[in-house]
Design a protein around this ligand. Structure first.
Ligand code: GTP
Ligand code: MG
Ligand code: ZN
Length: 354
């Protein structure tokens, strides 16, 4: 039954390595002070064990939706989480505000759908920001452009999307008219977990409702004037689809804080990266260097001014974040999460003692 929630040989091997008395369970929803987890067939309400919580020293060590955890399961429908099974991957953003900390969004993903509205929400730079962060997490992205039914200048927007993201799959949908839903289903495979991300009000929950075939998730009217949603979804929650895939709905984010490296930006701006291959210097910064192919393309109009600008805007933002990190010294952005199996061993030692 755990297979229904994405359990496979990979996680079985990880589990067998640990030789633990606890049972595997998947986090299907993360609330403020508790979790919902699925352990062979039944859904349970779970909390972290005190000792486990006490030993957590970075946000990446907290269980999130999509995690496989090791739990003590009780007959009354409750469970206690003692550890996290090593993750396949982890999707995080920079926590908003001044603090240099990751905020983990979900774990163990096979695909991320980046949803953008074709209404007032439409923004190419925002998609580039999402792509950079998804690239850092090494998870495959698919771009979903929703609300074709109300899009103005659709052909022009499609052209811009094609030029900016020609190496990434883009799907055009209308959750209201059910347009593009079959195309979306094509990416939802049995046993695979897909996370939906994007600003509030772009239609993440509406699309998921369309896929589950039930109106399980609440959606809300957005203000017509500026397309701003009012944050209808509040928890990160996983839903099994009839075809065996799992989708995670997330609350809309006002801004996705950059949590990535410079390479990830280059991947998100593939047109610039492709041009840069022909720059005279390998470490060309594309600002004043002679023989710069990017500047040449900018001059001839092959590369748009706005594309060039948004690339440098993100670069600058990342440089700033990194400079603050190096001031702090101890902070390592590549440190995603710790190997936790050693904790399990410690736990067993303690258990063995008493
Ligand atoms: N015209 C149109 N409206 C849509 C479409 N998809 C969703 N909507 C509407 O947009 C509003 C917001 O949709 P939600 O699904 O709640 O958006 P969300 O992305 O889940 O928002 P948060 O939960 O706040 O992050 C609702 O009123 C939907 O009916 C679409 O394809 N076309
Ligand atoms: Mg929602
Ligand atoms: Zn250059």
């Amino acid at each position: 039954m755990l297979e229904r929630y994405g359990w496979n040989d990979h996680f079985q091997r990880e589990y067998d390595k640990l030789d633990t008395p606890f049972k595997p369970a998947r986090v299907t929803a993360q609330h403020k002070n508790y979790y919902h987890v699925i352990a062979s067939e039944c859904e349970l309400v779970a909390e972290m064990a005190g000792r486990f919580e006490y030993l957590i020293n970075s946000p990446e060590e907290i269980p999130v939706t999509g995690d496989w955890v090791l739990a003590d399961i009780f007959k009354d429908g409750k469970a206690i989480i003692h550890d996290i099974l090593p993750r396949k991957n982890l999707f995080s953003r920079k926590r908003s505000g001044k603090e240099l900390q990751a905020q983990v969004i979900a774990a163990n993903l096979d695909l991320i759908f980046i949803i953008t509205g074709l209404d007032h929400n439409f923004s190419i730079p925002r998609v580039q920001r999402y792509l950079s962060v998804v690239d850092f997490a090494s998870i495959k992205p698919v771009l979903i452009f929703n609300k074709t039914d109300v899009a103005e200048d659709l052909e022009q927007k499609k052209q811009m999307i094609h030029e900016s993201f020609n190496n990434i799959v883009s799907v055009f949908t209308s959750a209201i008219n059910k347009e593009g839903m079959e195309e979306i289903k094509h990416f939802l495979k049995k046993g695979q977990t897909v996370c939906f991300v994007g600003s509030s009000g772009v239609g993440k929950s509406t699309i998921i409702n369309g896929l589950t075939g039930e109106d399980r998730i609440r959606t809300k009217e957005v203000r017509q004037k500026d397309s701003k949603g009012r944050h209808t979804t509040s928890a990160r929650q996983m839903f099994p689809l009839p075809n065996g895939a799992l989708v995670i709905d997330t609350p809309g984010m006002r801004e996705l804080g950059l949590w990535c490296d410079e390479d990830d930006l280059d991947h998100a701006f593939s047109d610039i990266a492709n041009l840069a291959v022909n720059c005279r210097f390998r470490d060309c910064a594309h600002t004043t260097e002679p023989g710069c192919a990017v500047l040449k393309a900018l001059e001839t109009g092959k590369l748009s001014e706005s594309q060039y600008k948004s690339y440098f805007k993100l670069k600058k933002e990342l440089k700033y974040i990194k400079s603050k990190q190096s001031q702090k010294g101890s902070f390592n952005p590549k440190l995603r999460w710790k190997e936790r199996s050693k904790m399990i061993k410690n736990y067993k030692k303690i258990k063995g003692r008493d």
